[in-house]
Design a protein around this ligand. Structure first.
Ligand code: SMG
Ligand code: MG
Length: 388
């Protein structure tokens, strides 16, 4: 089988196989959420989305930076990503034509961290590359699925009744898996109630680092509910304690925050820190790392699934392309546009069919049209970056 990460060295076929980037635009776009989203670390009502567009060869590619306004999910923010892209990452891409994804990744590698900022640029570059090659992003990365299975992530609600209503609503819409956000005080009792009403539901929980090893006995109370997984129960950068916890739990641990690169994924599997990995392109720094993590897990039979960061349709379209790879065997956190926003930034919007799948588009690049009028209407700031 061709390894998906071999796309890293695929060349573009324009101007001596190298692509000159003529302009990068960085903008912030405010989108209100239809409903607030609450996790163990906080609650948000709207998203300030960083969009990147990259122009070259007569086409434009689009990417999204998934950092939030506050450094709560990770240390990156809209502010740090904008700074790092403007002052370091974009100049490294504009300085000289780019050969391929590996070349791009290599130019960004000297700058430590800031994975979400790097990923935004990789996303835009890959959309551009696919458009120039007149193929879909999923084809470009070697993906084969026509439709991807999806689930929904339900935030912490003011009352159990409200949560139960939402579970019913999303199951009615066809979603294949429900993930409950949990934290101390909103965990065992809530999961028990959902499980009691839905005995055969594919159910998982995500703690976003809200527990420590001292909570082992408490977390063990979740074992009786036949969960698909417990996502990131412990510290955001931990692998060791997770390995210890996993060795004492039957339920599979899935790592999210702790897996920030192919190196960390290898360590996590070696240590036994998890048995499932949530791949988020933003968290791992872009396609170059995401494809390698996919290939590693696929070769070892470790299931992966595509995480979400409340992206606009632009980031979501990238997630759909990624989730079309063969190793993504579990439903992703990829919901319909209408679950997040009154109006999305792409046309048509993302829809979930009654069998709980989303179509992987076959049109060039993202496979969706970018709604420039609406983006312009919601834009708060724009920065144009060009070669010197
Ligand atoms: O995009 O539907 C989505 C959200 C999925 O729960 C989700 N993401 O830790 O997996 C996670 C969270 C992080 C986002 S919190 C703002
Ligand atoms: Mg998570």
């Amino acid at each position: 089988m061709q390894k998906q990460s071999e796309v890293l060295n695929q060349t573009v076929g324009v101007v001596d196989d190298r692509l000159a980037i003529e302009r990068i635009e960085l903008r912030t776009v405010r989108l209100p959420l239809n409903e607030p989203f609450e996790t163990s670390f906080g609650r948000i009502d709207s998203r300030l989305i960083v969009l990147l567009s990259v122009q070259g060869g007569g086409e434009t590619g689009w990417g999204e930076v998934v950092a939030a306004e506050e450094p709560l999910y990770s240390y990156e923010t809209v502010g740090t990503a904008s700074h790092v892209i403007r002052d370091y990452l974009a100049p490294a891409l504009l300085s000289e034509p780019i050969r391929d994804l590996a070349d791009l990744a290599q130019r960004l590698a000297p700058f430590r961290g800031h994975n979400m900022a790097k990923a935004g640029l990789e996303l835009a570059y890959m959309d551009l590359l696919a458009r120039l090659q007149r193929q879909s992003l999923s084809q470009l990365i070697g993906a084969t699925r026509d439709r991807v299975p999806v689930g929904v992530s339900l935030g912490i609600q003011p009352t159990l009744d409200q949560l139960l209503q939402r579970v019913d609503r999303y199951l009615g819409l066809g979603y294949q898996r429900i993930k409950l956000k949990i934290k101390p005080g909103w965990d065992v009792g809530v999961v028990r109630e959902v499980r009691r009403r839905h005995p055969s539901l594919l159910l998982s929980v995500d703690a976003n680092c809200a527990y420590t090893l001292a909570d082992e006995d408490h977390l063990k109370k979740l074992e009786e509910f036949d969960l698909l997984m417990i996502e990131q129960p412990l510290e955001h950068d931990d692998l060791i304690d997770h390995a210890q916890l996993q060795s004492r739990l039957q339920t599979r641990i899935c790592l999210d925050e702790s897996v920030t690169s192919i190196g960390r994924a290898k360590q996590a599997l070696q240590l036994g820190s998890c048995r499932i990995i949530n791949i988020k392109i933003g968290r791992v720094g872009g396609y170059s790392q995401a494809l390698q993590i996919h290939d590693l897990c696929y070769s070892k039979g470790i299931p992966v699934w595509c995480g979400g960061m409340l992206e606009s349709g632009i980031g979501r379209a990238h997630n759909i392309a990624l989730a079309s790879l063969p190793g993504f065997t579990l439903p992703g956190d990829i919901s319909a546009s209408s679950r997040y926003f009154a109006r999305d930034l792409i046309v048509p919007e993302v829809t979930v069919s009654s069998d709980g799948t989303v179509a992987s588009p076959r049109g060039p690049g993202l496979g969706f049209d970018v709604d420039l009028d609406y983006i312009t209407a919601r834009t708060e700031t724009v920065t144009r970056l060009e070669p010197h």
